[in-house]
Design a protein around this ligand. Structure first.
Ligand code: 5RP
Length: 242
């Protein structure tokens, strides 16, 4: 009977512990365990990949694994530096794997990304990788993309014509403003970020193509047909979707 009580309490303790754990951390740390010695790794951007990069750094330090990272933003470059992850470029190495976050994920693994204004380089790096793993807390899973506005990186001079095209497509575009509203967000590439709500996106593959065909749009935040695996942080631990 004593044993039963101990097991029950232990179970309760584990449940409480998982609840207390950050779901983004659960996903980020789990993805870092997938990285193999010698790999070239795309380092995504955002608060979830923050944990991934940290854990990769810890594995290099504690397990002595050797790898190189290709950052998807200045933010992830700085984090890689902080955790002593050697950096390389797409010019010098082919990518084995990339791990990145997402703002929305649909059941076909189409994504909206760019909440951190980094989707242009993210798309280039993620697309270049042999394997792409997306990490997120499970609140990012949706039935249909579109609640989160689609981020677009645009050349500033093209703002008016791009807005006009987006309105014709039924969207309600807004220039993303800096936190204290003291100016527009400027991407790592020196461009504006526009957030465009289209409502429910019935055909993300088509919309991704259509948006990139507007002159002045550098890249949009819809990512389709790229993802190999999703690692979710949930209150019950890690959930893997393939
Ligand atoms: C940055 C991104 C991020 O991956 C996305 O916004 C998710 O961020 P977070 O992990 O902080 O929720 O696309 O451009």
């Amino acid at each position: 009977e004593d044993r039963c009580v101990i097991i029950k309490n232990l179970g309760l303790f584990i449940v409480v512990l998982v609840f207390m754990m950050n779901l983004k951390e659960i996903a980020g740390f789990a993805a870092a365990e997938e990285i193999k010695d010698g790999q070239i790794v795309g380092l995504g951007t955002g608060s979830t990949t923050h944990y991934f990069i940290k854990k990769v750094g810890l594995r290099i330090k504690e397990e002595g694994i050797s790898l190189m990272g290709v950052p998807t933003s200045y933010q992830s470059f700085l984090l890689a530096k902080q955790w002593n992850i050697p950096i390389t470029t797409l010019e010098e190495h082919d990518l084995d794997i990339a791990v990145d976050g997402a703002d929305e994920i649909d059941p076909d693994f189409n994504l909206i990304k760019g909440g951190g204004a980094a989707h242009t380089l993210e798309k280039i790096v993620d697309y270049s990788a042999n394997e792409l793993i997306i990490i997120a807390d499970d609140s990012k899973m949706v039935n249909v993309l579109g609640k989160f506005p689609v981020p677009l990186e645009i050349i500033s001079e093209a703002t008016k014509p791009v807005f006009s095209e987006l309105r014709d497509m039924g969207a309600d575009p807004q220039i993303r403003m800096a936190k204290f509203k003291d100016g527009p967000v400027i991407s790592d590439n020196g461009n504006f970020i526009v957030d465009a709500s289209f409502g429910e996106i019935k055909n993300p593959i088509q919309l991704e193509k259509d948006l990139n065909s507007i002159p002045g749009v550098v890249e949009n935040g819809i990512f389709t047909q790229m993802v190999d695996k999703i690692i979710l942080g949930t209150n019950n631990g890690v959930k893997i979707l393939k």
